[in-house]
Unconditional design. Structure first.
Length: 398
C-alpha cells in the first residue's frame, strides 16, 4: 500500500510528455531496463499471471481497462469530517483544496469554468451512488451537454478533446442517455485521517449504489467474454520462452554490461520511448548514436571550454563502454522486444470484447489499454506503436 501523497505524487512521464498520477505505473516490458534481473523477474511474473487471469475468465480489480476520462476527481466522505467532498488533483496539494459545497468549488477553482462545472455536477450527483464511507479517485467521462445522440440510437461521449470517443449501444446507451454524469472509479483510499490514507487499486464496486443520474463505468475487464485461442497462447509462450532463454543464457553479464543506463527514466528506457516514436530498430549502434546526439546537445549548452572538454572525455568513455558491451545491449533490446510481443498478444485477446465502441479522430480504434495490478505493483499493457501513430497524427500519445 502507498501513502495518500506519495502514491499520487505527480511526475513527468518520459514517453507521454505529460503529468501522470500513479507514480509506479510502468510499461511491463520496460521493467528489465529499469531494474535489470529483478525487473525481468517482475515482467515475466506479471505477463504470465495476466495470461493465467485471462484463461481463467476472471473479472476483478486486478485487471482493468484504461479509460481516457477528464478531469480526474477525488471524492467520498472525508475521513476526519465525515462530510462528502469532491476535489480535483489539487486534493494532494500541500494545502489541499477540498470542496464540500458549490461555494467551495467557486472559491478554489473559479479561474477554470469548465472544471467548476464538472466538480459541481460531481458534488450534486455522486452522493447518490457513493458508499457511506471511504475516499475514491476516478475520471469524469461525461456531464451536462457532453453526450452526443447518434441516428442509430446509440450515444457517444468524448471526455478528452485529444483522446478517444466512446459510443454506448443497447442497455448501456439507455443508461447513458438518462444519466446526468458518467464516472469511472479506479482507486480507493483507506485510513483514519488524510495524512495516513493508503491507496489501493482494489475498488469494491458492489458497495456503490445504483441511480439513474449516475452512469458508473466499471473498469474491471471481464475476461470470460474473450477467447484466448490455442494459436494465441502458442504465440505468447514463444515470446515468453525466447525472453527466458535470453535471460538464462546472458542475464548476469547482460544486466551488468548495461547497468550504467538502467533506471526509471534512465537512458535505456528513454531510448525505447524514442524508438516507439521513430520506428527505428533498437540496437546498440542506434542507441549509441542517439546517446551521442543527446549528450552533445547538452555539451553545446555549456559556457566554458574546460567544462565542454571534460564532458566530451566522459562521453567518449561512455560510448566506448557501449561498444565494448554491444552484445549485451543487443541482447537486452531483444529481451525487451520479446516481452513487448508477448504483451501485445494479450492486448489483442483483451480487445475482443469491450463495453463501448471506440473511435479516434473519426476512425475505429482499440481501447486506450489495460492495467494489471499484481503483487503491489501495476503495469501498463498498452500497444505503444498504435498510440504512437496517433501521436504523429497530431494527437497526444497515450
Amino acid at each position: 500500500m502507498k501513502s495518500f501523497r506519495s502514491f499520487l505524487t505527480e511526475q513527468e512521464d518520459p514517453e507521454e510528455g505529460a503529468s501522470r498520477q500513479i507514480k509506479h505505473l510502468t510499461h511491463v516490458e520496460d521493467r528489465p531496463l529499469q531494474k535489470g534481473e529483478s525487473g525481468f523477474s517482475h515482467a515475466l511474473n506479471s505477463l504470465t499471471s495476466a495470461a493465467q487471469h485471462i484463461k481463467q475468465g476472471k473479472k476483478t480489480s486486478e485487471l482493468t481497462t484504461k479509460y481516457d476520462g477528464s478531469p480526474a476527481i477525488v471524492y467520498g466522505h472525508h475521513p476526519e469530517t465525515g462530510k462528502f467532498f469532491v476535489a480535483s488533483k489539487s486534493a494532494f496539494n500541500k494545502t489541499p483544496k477540498i470542496n464540500y459545497t458549490p461555494q467551495d468549488i467557486e472559491k478554489n477553482h473559479g479561474h477554470a469554468a469548465g472544471l467548476v462545472s464538472k466538480l459541481k455536477d460531481a458534488l450534486k450527483y455522486l452522493p447518490k451512488v457513493a458508499p457511506k464511507e471511504g475516499v475514491y479517485q476516478g475520471d469524469m467521462m461525461f456531464s451536462g451537454n457532453d453526450k452526443i445522440k447518434n441516428k442509430d440510437g446509440s450515444v457517444s461521449f468524448h471526455p478528452n478533446p485529444s483522446g478517444l470517443t466512446y459510443t454506448a449501444h443497447g442497455n448501456h446507451s439507455a443508461a447513458v442517455k438518462k444519466a446526468k454524469i458518467g464516472v469511472v472509479t479506479h482507486l480507493s483510499y483507506s485510513g483514519d485521517n488524510a495524512k495516513s490514507l493508503n491507496a489501493s487499486h482494489e475498488v469494491n464496486h458492489e458497495k456503490f449504489q445504483k441511480h439513474s443520474d449516475v452512469f458508473s463505468v466499471d473498469p474491471r475487464m471481464d475476461t470470460s467474454k474473450v477467447h484466448f485461442s490455442p494459436q494465441q497462447q502458442k504465440e505468447f509462450n514463444k515470446h515468453i520462452s525466447a525472453a527466458q532463454s535470453l535471460h538464462d543464457t546472458h542475464g548476469e553479464d547482460m544486466y551488468a554490461g548495461t547497468k550504467t543506463h538502467h533506471g526509471v527514466g534512465g537512458h535505456l528506457e528513454t531510448y525505447m520511448n524514442h524508438t516507439v516514436r521513430t520506428g527505428e530498430q533498437a540496437n546498440h549502434s542506434n542507441f549509441r548514436n542517439w546517446l551521442e546526439n543527446k549528450k552533445n546537445k547538452e555539451i553545446d549548452k555549456l559556457k566554458t571550454e574546460k567544462n565542454k572538454t571534460t564532458k566530451q572525455a566522459e562521453l567518449k568513455s561512455e560510448l566506448d563502454k557501449i561498444e565494448r558491451n554491444k552484445k549485451h545491449y543487443n541482447n537486452i533490446f531483444k529481451l525487451h522486444g520479446h516481452l513487448q510481443s508477448a504483451k501485445n498478444v494479450l492486448i489483442n485477446v483483451l480487445n475482443q470484447h469491450q463495453d463501448f465502441q471506440h473511435e479516434h479522430a473519426g476512425e475505429s480504434a482499440n481501447p486506450e489499454g489495460y492495467v494489471f495490478h499484481h503483487n503491489n505493483e501495476s503495469d501498463k499493457f498498452v500497444n505503444r506503436a498504435e498510440f504512437s501513430r496517433r501521436n504523429f497524427a497530431g494527437i497526444r500519445n497515450i
